[in-house]
Design a protein around this ligand. Structure first.
Ligand SMILES: Cc1cc2nc3c(=O)[nH]c(=O)nc-3n(C[C@H](O)[C@H](O)[C@H](O)COP(=O)(O)OP(=O)(O)OC[C@H]3O[C@@H](n4cnc5c(N)ncnc54)[C@H](O)[C@@H]3O)c2cc1C
Length: 301
């Protein structure tokens, strides 16, 4: 039995990472990662658009250690936004503030975000700040709050496993928020540990945000949640243009298309870039059944 820890071990193994990265995203990684370049990400977004799906792209990056690396990451985001406009794809940008220098110096991160948001505004596009682990929650919300005074084309994500999620959603009334269960290993001091409790709180914050009249991006592969949110919207007369569903690229493809065919906006989160290895291993760790991807990739070589 292949376990979660096995993939977490692989995700951190430098030797295997180097080998795998040299080969490029093969062995199944291609089914959950668009490729290594902006062009490949744009081609993937276009292919999804043709199926009636919207997209958001995320340039996978590892830690940045200095201003030059953070500025490079910002420059890459800007080039990606330009590419979206020139390819004419229905696609926005997802990013992580730590890649833009949040841990180095908040002012570097602010400066990079302003440059990215100026470009996004020019192209009439939107930027989503992914939420990282709980040690970055306050700094992320504080950056967002400052940016929201100048820009309306930026939002973030709130994690339902956190006890404080309800208060954060309340404070972000009027903001486009992605609502998620949460992906990090958080301690019981800050987060529910029990799946049922996470489920309950997650559902509650989605409904709270929707009832507030704010735009909600419901990012989950959980068909129970999706069914409940569809029924909830219907019951409360919340129009389909007031919320969207989101899933990761390569997961539950049929369900994605089914949701889109029912007239809901279905956005697919497309990761791409040279640092695909850690992302791929973490997805396998989250759901070891996804090893099917890897096996399929091997067979199709
Ligand atoms: C678009 C997107 C953006 C995200 N952004 C962030 C972020 O910024 N920060 C963050 O912390 N986390 C983020 N996440 C991850 C998120 O927090 C969860 O960790 C992740 O989505 C797993 O939870 P889930 O609700 O999708 O379903 P799970 O809790 O993994 O699964 C619930 C149930 O759904 C069904 N199911 C799930 N996956 C499958 C599958 N592949 N095939 C068949 N059935 C399945 C099963 O019945 C399963 O029991 C994001 C997720 C998505 C989709």
């Amino acid at each position: 039995m292949i376990t979660r820890n096995f993939f977490l071990f692989l995700s951190q193994n430098a030797f295997i990472k180097n080998k795998a990265t040299k080969w490029g995203p093969k062995f199944g990684a291609k089914s959950v990662i668009a490729g290594e370049t902006i062009e490949e990400a744009m081609e993937t977004a276009r292919m999804l658009n043709e199926k009636g799906l919207s997209a958001t792209v995320d340039h996978l990056g590892e830690f940045v250690y200095n201003k030059a690396e953070a500025d490079d990451a910002a420059d890459y985001c800007i080039r990606t936004l330009d590419a979206m406009a020139s390819f004419g794809v229905d696609c926005n940008l997802s990013l992580k503030l730590t890649q833009l220098g949040l841990d180095i110096d908040r002012s570097i991160c602010m400066q990079n975000m302003r440059a990215i948001l100026d470009k996004a505004k020019k192209h009439n596009n939107f930027v989503r700040i992914d939420m990282e682990d709980s040690s970055h929650l306050e700094p992320t919300l504080s950056v967002l709050q400052e940016l929201r005074k100048e820009y309306d084309n930026v939002g973030t994500a709130i994690q339902g496993y956190l006890y404080r999620a309800e208060q954060d959603v309340e404070a972000l009334k009027g903001t486009n928020i992605r609502l998620i269960k949460g992906a990090y290993n958080e301690p019981p001091e800050v987060a529910y540990q029990d799946n049922d409790e996470v489920y309950k709180n997650y559902l509650a914050i989605i409904k709270q945000h929707m009832l507030n009249g704010s735009y909600a991006a419901v990012a989950t592969h959980d068909h129970h949640i999706i069914a409940e949110i569809k029924a909830f919207a219907e019951e409360h007369g919340i129009e389909k243009d007031r919320f969207e569903f989101q899933m990761l690229y390569g997961f539950r493809n049929e369900l994605q298309e089914e949701i889109a065919s029912e007239g809901y906006k279905m956005r697919v989160y497309i990761p791409f870039g040279k640092d695909w290895y850690g992302y791929f291993m973490r997805r396998l760790a989250e759901r070891p059944q996804n090893i099917t991807f890897a096996v399929r990739g091997l067979l199709s070589k």
